[in-house]
Design a protein around this ligand. Structure first.
Ligand SMILES: *Cc1c(COP(=O)(O)O)cnc(C)c1O
Length: 248
């Protein structure tokens, strides 16, 4: 089977998984937005999904994102979310392409973004990334400090706080994964109660290729999927490997 129909079929599969998960808990599948996690995926492949009508993309590395989108920043209908760790010294570069940053996880970063944006006379949508799995290897603010970071961001003119993001624990134990998503949902409830997030328009960004059903059951309304659409990132067939070498 050729590459294009592969990606189309994978997108179809994800839509079916979203529908089944929604059915389980009586949610409307139309509530769930699908973000394509496109790290290491070349534009030629991403374009196949864009032709299918997908327009919400997420990148992890500043350099890679600029290389891919640099020439196409005027594609106004494409949403370019940043979902990777933002180093403080990369703020200016991220702001060149991102239409939303999902990974704001510390006050210093928020302040730097805000300063820069106010200088440019514009605003940017951001989500706060929370470390709900307590793993040292992952970025994100701890759940107990998330609300005060949200409060601080709420007072910043350059930033529009729109939601929360987390990466679930990588575990076969579904209960442990679920607990991560429940933590994020409870934080969302607290934030809505404190008028830090809009009750109707908040974003709960959680769930990836392997755990999107659990995330949807726990209230996700934006899921971020890479592997299940574009294939494994590193050790796939040689065709894919060669493409990866081009990008990195
Ligand atoms: C890569 C990535 C995803 C997608 O992961 P898959 O397992 O490939 O679906 C989602 N969120 C973040 C932050 C990522 O870096």
């Amino acid at each position: 089977m050729d590459l294009e129909s592969d990606i189309r079929m994978n997108l179809q599969n994800i839509q079916e998984r979203i529908q089944r998960a929604c059915l389980q808990v009586g949610r409307d599948p139309a509530e769930i937005r699908l973000l394509l996690a496109t790290k290491t995926v070349p534009l030629s492949k991403i374009d196949i999904a864009i032709q299918e009508g997908y327009a919400l993309l997420g990148e992890n590395k500043v350099q890679e994102a600029l290389a891919k989108f640099g020439s196409r920043l005027d594609d106004a209908h494409i949403e370019r979310h940043f979902i990777g760790h933002v180093q403080t010294n990369k703020v200016n570069q991220v702001l060149r392409f991102a239409t939303c940053i999902q990974s704001v996880d510390r006050l210093k970063l928020a302040q730097k973004l805000d300063n820069r944006l106010r200088n440019e006379g514009r605003t940017l949508d951001v989500y706060v990334q929370v470390n709900t799995s307590q793993e040292e290897s992952k970025f994100g603010i701890t759940p107990d400090r998330a609300l005060s970071l949200m409060e601080a961001i709420n007072g910043m003119e350059g930033l529009n706080l729109k939601g929360l993001m987390t990466i679930g624990l990588f575990s076969r134990d579904a209960d442990k994964v679920r607990a991560c998503f429940q933590t994020l949902r409870m934080l969302k409830d607290e934030a809505v109660y404190a008028h830090l997030l809009d009750e109707e328009n908040y974003v709960l960004s959680m769930g990836m290729s392997h755990d999107l059903e659990i995330a949807i059951e726990e209230g996700a309304n934006l899921i971020r999927v890479g592997t299940a659409i574009f294939g494994k990132r590193k050790y796939d067939d040689t065709y894919y490997w060669n493409e990866n070498l081009d990008v990195q």
